[in-house]
Design a protein around this ligand. Structure first.
Ligand code: TXA
Ligand code: MG
Length: 349
């Protein structure tokens, strides 16, 4: 048996892209290998979306269940046409004009050439055109639609740097392309596109408010459709440390080895033994989103007995942040101080 291969790691400066490195990544993708690529949201674990064996390798490397479909990354509308069946519905045309390239994934009817593994056998495919110049250069050079989930082990915190990818996937990938910290730090917004409207399946960097400037956004049907959509488990993006999310301050909560992640501009008094970790300022939520996964990884590495994260309770990007924090807490959300105190007492045993 051969030694496990260390992945080849290359650094590409997005403002002066090295064609030779791009060609290397593109060749590996064309050969059916896995390449971790930088995007403006989080790092992705890329493979040729039209090669079922290559796509199977993604699921194996992540330990991801085959019931969770992948997003296909394209370099523009022409390439999107290779994975979508039929003409784009009107809302998709408007959203592509407004938000592509960028952090918006559209779920559309799937072309028959897309392997079942990508869509979990379903009739739709999620498609996104990333704005990251390195991601787009690799896709264009490979001349292939690239299936790419976030480059983390299944259920873990998404990677926002090449170091995170190396920690998560190590030698399970052929190559890691390092282009520095991800710009948004939160995954793309995922919308199901219908003939007249869209339904938000996952909040992300493109806010509902921004979508609503261009298309009709349904929110009533959300809950039913969201739980019906594959791959939207409530436990996701999770630290290993037990985590609770809260809307209320920890008044009367027990003392203990607890880290409280809150906002610098909403100072609170903590119980004895607790440590405060800043998520940033609540008035600067884009920056909170940018740093969120990095902070959660750091807190987890500290290995306290418990992490308590404060929700933003804000609109806009706050929705995406609260969604990720709620999932980090496996859906355990305290609505008031009494509930929080009880949940913490239970968690600390
Ligand atoms: O920002 C992002 O979207 C990153 C970067 C790498 O592009 N990718 C990402 O992929 O977050 P992943 O696999 O970690 O999350 C994709 C989400 C999953 O929740 C999946 O269920 C949903 O998109 N999705 C993909 N295809 C879908 C489909 N056909 N129908 C419904 N949901 C779909
Ligand atoms: Mg993911």
């Amino acid at each position: 048996m051969s030694e496990p291969q260390q992945p080849r790691r290359v650094t590409i400066d997005p403002s002066s892209i090295d064609d030779a490195s791009i060609a290397l990544a593109a060749d590996l993708l064309r050969a059916g290998e896995l390449v971790a690529i930088p995007t403006e949201t989080v790092y992705g674990l890329g493979a040729n979306a039209l090669d079922a064996d290559a796509v199977d390798r993604i699921f194996a490397a992540k330990g991801r269940p085959s019931t969770d479909p992948l997003i296909v990354h394209v370099d523009g509308l022409d390439m999107a046409g290779r994975v979508i069946d039929g003409p784009l519905p009107a809302p998709a045309v408007r959203l592509a004009a407004a938000f592509w390239p960028g952090p918006l994934t559209m779920v559309l009817p799937r072309h028959e050439r897309v392997p079942d593994a990508v869509t979990s056998g379903g009739p739709t495919v999620g498609v996104r055109c990333p704005s990251h110049p390195v991601a787009r250069a690799i896709i264009t050079a490979a001349d292939l639609p690239v299936a790419a989930p976030s480059a983390n082990r299944f259920g873990r915190i998404s990677p926002t740097s090449a170091d995170h990818v190396a920690e998560e996937l190590g030698e399970r990938v052929a190559m890691i392309v390092d282009a520095g910290r991800a710009e948004h730090g939160l995954e793309s917004t995922v919308v199901a596109v219908h003939d007249e409207h869209v339904v938000v399946l996952r909040d992300g960097a493109v806010t509902r408010e921004a979508l609503a400037d261009h298309v009709q956004v349904r929110t009533v049907a959300d809950e039913a459709e969201r739980t019906a959509a594959p791959g939207h488990d409530v436990r996701h993006y999770s630290p290993r440390t037990p985590t609770i999310a809260t809307l209320a301050a920890p008044t009367d909560a027990p003392t203990g080895d607890v880290v409280y992640a809150g906002y610098a501009d909403r100072p609170i008094t903590l119980p004895r033994g607790w440590r405060f970790e800043g998520l940033g300022r609540r008035t600067e939520l884009a920056s909170v989103g940018h740093d969120l996964y990095d902070t959660l990884r750091r807190l987890d590495a500290d290995a306290p007995s418990l992490i308590v994260v404060e929700l933003t309770a804000a609109d806009g990007i706050g929705r995406a942040i609260d969604d990720r924090l709620t999932r980090a807490a496996s859906g355990q959300v305290a609505g008031d101080a009494a509930m929080l105190a009880e949940m913490i007492a239970n968690a600390l045993g």
